[in-house]
Design a protein around this ligand. Structure first.
Ligand SMILES: [Mg+2]
Length: 230
């Protein structure tokens, strides 16, 4: 039976060096005519894009329709695209990630999917820019629901349809860098491999009792062993 590995993106696979948050503030300036300096800090780690957008509207005491959230996120996506294509873009793939994905792709015992707060288009933009989009079959995205805890079953169902496999929930592993990833895994009974390459330390993540917690993916053989056989 294949294991289903559902990867988060930001802080887990890539570090876009602030480009995502900057693109949100670009959208704030454009959509509301408010300078970024006058906007309070946003909690981005682990949040879905629609939840971030709703936070923005909330900060400004603006009510919003789903269409306005979509329009705001469209602006965000065009700025994200621009920032990731810029010559001075300094984002990078996190240590061991590309080698890990290559190693797992050769394993029939693993199916690779996504479980991310990014809207689908944002996920495609980010992963394509870093040359790792091709590794993933399907996934659950922020565009499916603003509540991250609703995304696990969506990812599971899409992967089952795409691969023709019915996964035992004991073989489903969510891989992410924030407490929200750990809770999102718990919400549908999956395991969570927490990785401390984002904003949270190994100690902070371990305290939430994920299935496993590692500092990074730098030791690729050890991570492959853990994901396939532990
Ligand atoms: Mg993340």
């Amino acid at each position: 039976m294949a294991r289903l590995l559902l990867f988060d993106i930001d802080g887990t696979l890539i570090d876009s060096d602030g480009a995502g948050g900057a693109a949100i503030l670009d959208a704030v300036e454009e959509h509301f005519g408010i300078q970024r300096e006058h906007f309070p800090p946003l909690q981005l780690a682990g949040a879905t894009d629609p939840a971030i957008a709703m936070d923005v509207f909330g900060h400004l005491n603006r009510s919003h329709t789903p269409e306005e959230v979509t329009s705001f996120l469209d602006r965000y996506l065009s700025h994200l695209q621009r920032r990731l294509q810029a010559e001075d873009f300094t984002g990078y793939t996190l240590p061991g990630v590309t080698q890990l994905l290559q190693a797992l792709r050769g394993e029939s015992a693993a199916h690779l999917g996504l479980l991310t707060g990014n809207v689908r288009r944002g996920a495609v933009i980010k992963l394509t820019r870093h040359g790792i989009f091709e590794y993933f079959i399907e996934g659950g995205f922020g565009s499916d629901h603003h509540d991250r805890n609703q995304l696990g079953p969506v990812a599971l169902q899409r992967m089952q349809e795409a691969t023709g496999t019915t996964y035992d929930i004991a073989d489903v592993i969510v891989i992410g860098d924030t407490p929200k990833d750990i809770r999102c895994a718990e919400a549908f009974g999956a395991k969570c491999l927490a990785v401390a390459t984002g904003q949270y330390s190994h100690a902070e993540l371990s305290a939430l009792n994920p299935w496993r917690c590692v500092e990074s993916f730098a030791d690729v053989p050890a991570i492959v062993e853990l994901l396939l056989h532990d």
